[in-house]
Design a protein around this ligand. Structure first.
Ligand SMILES: Cc1cc2nc3c(=O)[nH]c(=O)nc-3n(C[C@H](O)[C@H](O)[C@H](O)COP(=O)(O)OP(=O)(O)OC[C@H]3O[C@@H](n4cnc5c(N)ncnc54)[C@H](O)[C@@H]3O)c2cc1C
Length: 355
């Protein structure tokens, strides 16, 4: 049996493992974290990506776990309501559309459960690789040679660095930083999102299904990209930038200090001329992160995993390129907010699964 190594157990990694297993590979997934990495907001599964989910037999479970928002409101920096809608939300568009908004945790967990025939090695990562021969060295495991190596290790991919070069040449920074974390629903939100805007800062709070907890996003604008790795420094920066914003924000900032999980990153896109080299292929954010602003990172990862597993590398490049371009454009189309409904519609259906 041919052997595949997948680096990263997020959406792209678990979905790649699923489809490669079905194409006859023995699959090993290495994940740097000690367990599945939870955290994040609700994400969208739309258009062709839902078709991929249906082909995995996960359609009912994914739809059952969807968020069921009643609507959203927008507040100013003093907590005064500026706008409300019961027809759409910024995060998922029209509430009556067929797309699924689901917590990132839930979709990763469902994909993980669907890959019980795959070996997962947590707490390990790739430290060296030879793209031509397929030989890989690990931080903990023994070196091994694979027929296929999939880099599904996110926007700051180690596989990409080792096989294609440093991140700087592929990164397009979009001028903002974001933090996402959970807190108890002390705000009493019931299936209702609240967004807020201030001078150079903004964010949102959404309850999880059942409303016991909320997921908080806090962001600020920053002209230049800089590497901010230390979580204490990340939290300090967020608190500093949001100082002076009123309404619910002080409570959110206070809750951030002890949040049980914390995600922080720059809004960025990853752009490469090609996603394959030797025996290595990049899938999901590692190859074509469209940024949180596009709302399409998860859908691109699901479709990319499917297309890679049933294509030659040349076909993967050819089929995915226009789809990736349409979806990356969503993040830059409207600098002041979400892309238009027409653009989202075109982008989410911008590839056919038929070969
Ligand atoms: C904790 C977290 C929260 C997120 N929250 C949101 C959100 O709220 N909204 C949104 O739009 N997008 C969010 N994202 C990004 C979103 O998950 C992706 O855009 C999309 O799902 C595509 O996923 P991916 O699998 O390509 O990348 P990711 O989801 O980033 O998954 C990459 C995986 O690879 C692992 N990894 C990273 N480096 C290494 C390494 N060197 N070796 C081994 N494993 C490695 C990571 O731990 C992670 O499990 C989040 C990502 C993470 C990791």
């Amino acid at each position: 049996m041919p052997e595949a190594l997948v680096c990263g157990a997020g959406v792209a990694g678990c979905a790649s493992a699923y489809w490669l297993r079905r194409r006859g590979y023995t699959v090993t997934v290495v994940e740097r974290a000690e367990q599945l990495r939870t955290g994040g907001q609700a994400i969208d599964v739309r258009g062709v990506a839902l078709e991929v989910i249906d082909r995995m037999g996960l359609g009912d479970k994914v739809r059952a776990a969807r968020t069921r928002m009643r609507g959203m409101s927008v507040e100013d920096a003093e907590g005064k309501e500026l706008f409300r809608s019961e027809e759409h939300t910024f995060s998922s568009g029209r509430l009556d559309n067929a797309d699924v908004e689901i917590l990132r945790d839930d979709v990763v967990e469902l994909l993980y459960q669907a890959t019980s025939d795959v070996e997962y090695r947590f707490g390990d990562t790739v430290t060296a690789l030879d793209a031509e021969t397929g030989r890989v060295e690990f931080a903990r495991g023994e070196p091994h040679t694979y027929d296929l190596i999939v880099g599904a290790d996110g926007a700051h991919s180690a596989v990409r660095r080792l096989a294609f070069g440093p991140e700087e040449q592929f990164r397009r920074y979009l001028g903002q930083y974001l933090a996402i974390f959970p807190m108890p629903n002390t705000l009493g939100l019931e299936d209702w999102q609240v967004w807020f805007q201030g001078e150079g800062v903004g964010g949102a709070v959404y309850p999880v299904p059942g409303n016991e907890e909320v997921r908080v996003t806090l962001g600020f604008g920053e002209p230049e990209y800089r590497e901010i790795r230390d979580p204490a420094e990340q939290k300090r920066l967020i608190a500093e930038r949001l100082r002076g914003v009123g309404g619910m924000v002080p409570d959110l900032v206070e809750a951030m200090a002890d949040a049980r999980s914390f995600f922080f990153d720059a809004m960025l896109q990853i752009r490469l001329d090609r996603w394959t080299a030797g025996r290595v292929a990049l899938v999901g954010d590692a190859g074509y992160c469209p940024s949180v602003l596009s709302g399409q990172g998860t859908s691109l990862a699901l479709v990319g995993a499917y297309v890679l597993a049933e294509s030659t590398f040349a076909e993967y490049e050819r089929r995915m390129r226009p789809f990736v371009e349409l979806n990356q454009a969503l993040a830059t189309e409207n600098p002041a907010g979400p892309a238009s409904e027409e653009s989202v519609e075109r982008a989410k259906n911008g590839i056919s699964l038929a070969r």
